[in-house]
Design a protein around this ligand. Structure first.
Ligand SMILES: [Cu+2]
Length: 152
């Protein structure tokens, strides 16, 4: 009986987890002395229920905040939010100029080429561990994503 329950939990847990797919998690290198880094990725919800990112953390930063950006005339402002909502069968994209993760109080600078471990906590799927690939400071594209030919 106990084995059955354990198996049941494992199967259920696995199923819930598979509903969420994180693609191309990445970050940017930081200049010496910088205390703030960023986190970008695409999060796909393949489940039939809405999902929500509740928090994130990394051993390399004191805390991780969730930010959205908003244009007010010519000014772009960042605002902290309590969660990122992902509708059923939908996806959100954390990217430069848009919603993003903010790594606050970095314990050291992030270097190009390294991988930053990051844990996402979701309402239904629970914890998901990813690694942010650290790209060049002025990189705007996710790794592996083709840029439009002819674009300046
Ligand atoms: Cu921010």
């Amino acid at each position: 009986m106990r084995l059955l329950i354990a198996c049941f939990l494992l199967v259920l847990g696995g199923a819930a987890h598979a509903q969420i797919q994180v693609r191309e998690p990445w970050s940017r290198e930081t200049p010496p002395g910088a205390k703030i880094g960023v986190g970008f990725m695409e999060i796909r919800n393949q489940g039939a229920a809405a999902e929500r990112v509740l928090s994130a953390s990394t051993p390399l930063a004191g805390r991780v905040e969730m930010h959205v950006t908003r244009r007010e005339g010519d000014v772009v402002r960042m605002r902290q939010v309590q969660s990122f909502d992902i509708a059923a069968l939908s996806r959100i994209e954390l990217r430069p100029g848009g919603s993003h993760l903010m790594l606050v109080d970095l314990v050291r600078p992030l270097k190009k080429g390294e991988r930053v471990p990051l844990t996402l906590r979701l309402e239904r799927a629970g914890e998901i561990n990813v690694e942010l690939e650290v790209r060049a400071l002025f990189s705007r594209e996710a790794p592996g994503r083709a840029t439009t030919p002819g674009r300046p």
